[in-house]
Design a binder for this molecule. Structure first.
Ligand SMILES: *Cc1c(COP(=O)(O)O)cnc(C)c1O
Length: 355
């Protein structure tokens, strides 16, 4: 498909397709820039706008320092490289983005870490019993958490669960890294300060480029010591950018203006889930519709997720194929409530036509 053709379709594939807001364009055009890759005098790059973004992110999350990195995946790799050696065991959820999408950290060709899997329970939380059991049998270096959890439908880990699991990990001297690509969605959905959600973890990555609507970038946040190690690793794998203030400026606007707005996305996703609940030849869990996604397991149709995705595209709707069995519909700033109603109608009609 050409980009022009894609633009004629209703696109519910991802919250990454949000375009910059007017105030972001204005901030970008006025951003004060410097050489962010030059670390000889400051030890940290010389782009003042990147500094401002990093300081803002650290203070919003209640941590000491932060590092602006081009993508969330690269920030996750940087974090794990900073605190592991090849062959170390990492406790990770079976369908974690870091494991099934990014892969890098667990491939012998790259970081060569060894995954030890835990699971989420039916409420999308982690069982302390399972973690205690796994810790008993393995010498584990790092625990990875994901909040919100993408492949479970954008579900939230509670502050209580996070604190309990971190306590167990810390008792064994592990580092806890949180893949918080959508940590602000989780905080907004649970009506808690993001600081409370991330207080028990040692490092957290979050994305500016998803529901927060910035065009580019993620932050890796943690203690001064941790970020110092991460910067040293980053230099080796190419995270420093030169005049990145031009995009960091949009990130500052994202954090100042777009966090509370995520509640609107959650409302739209909830509405979408409610509309789709009339469908009886797909498996959905209304309990999982906590943030900006609706997931559908399409196995009852006898079709694969790819076939359903292709069929919906021919009807004018783009959705994301996530696994062989499941599709995801995502909402964001540029999807209106009317779009939600329109998308629901296309999906409902299609599933009805299969019976
Ligand atoms: C999007 C995402 C990432 C990676 O972010 P990119 O900027 O796309 O590399 C990591 N974890 C989760 C859960 C994500 O959804």
């Amino acid at each position: 498909m050409t980009i022009e053709e894609i633009k004629t379709l209703l696109d519910l594939r991802s919250d990454t397709s949000t375009l910059p807001t007017q105030s972001m364009w204005e901030a970008m055009s006025k951003a004060v820039l410097g050489d962010g890759g030059r670390v000889d005098l400051t030890g940290r790059g010389e782009d003042p706008t990147v500094y401002e973004l990093e300081n803002l992110a650290a203070s919003m999350l209640g941590k000491e320092d932060a590092m602006y990195i081009a993508t969330g995946s690269l920030a996750n790799h940087t974090a794990l490289l900073a605190v592991t050696d090849r062959g170390d065991k990492v406790l990770v959820e079976r369908s974690a983005h870091i494991y099934i999408n990014e892969k890098f950290d667990f491939l012998s060709k790259f970081s060569g870490l060894v995954p030890i899997f835990y699971h989420l329970d039916s409420n999308y939380q982690i069982s302390p019993k399972e973690i205690e059991y796994l810790i008993q049998y393995h010498d584990i270096r790092v625990l990875c958490l994901e909040n919100t959890h993408n492949y479970s439908g954008g579900t939230c880990l509670t502050p209580a669960c996070t604190a309990k699991i971190c306590e167990l990990a810390h008792n064994e001297g592990m580092h806890v890294h949180l893949d918080g690509a959508r940590i602000f969605n989780s905080a907004v959905a649970q009506h808690v300060d993001v600081k409370e959600l991330v207080a028990p973890v040692d490092s957290v990555m979050f994305c500016l480029s998803k529901g927060l609507c910035a065009p580019v970038g993620s932050l890796l946040v943690g203690s001064k010591d941790f970020i110092e190690k991460a910067r040293a690793v980053g230099k080796m794998i190419g995270t420093p950018m030169r005049q990145a203030g031009i995009i960091a400026a949009a990130g500052i606007v994202a954090l100042k203006e777009n966090v509370d707005r995520l509640a609107e996305d959650h409302k739209k996703a909830k509405r979408l889930g409610e509309l789709l609940s009339v469908i009886d030849n797909a498996i959905m869990d209304p309990k999982a519709d906590q943030t900006d996604f609706v997931y559908m397991n399409v196995t009852p149709t006898g079709l694969t997720a790819q076939q359903v995705t292709d069929a919906l595209r021919r009807k004018g709707l783009l959705v994301a194929k996530m696994t062989d069995e499941s599709i995801r519909l995502a909402v964001h700033k540029d999807i209106s409530m009317d779009d939600v109603e329109r998308a629901a109608k296309i999906v409902i009609d299609f599933f009805a036509s299969l019976k």
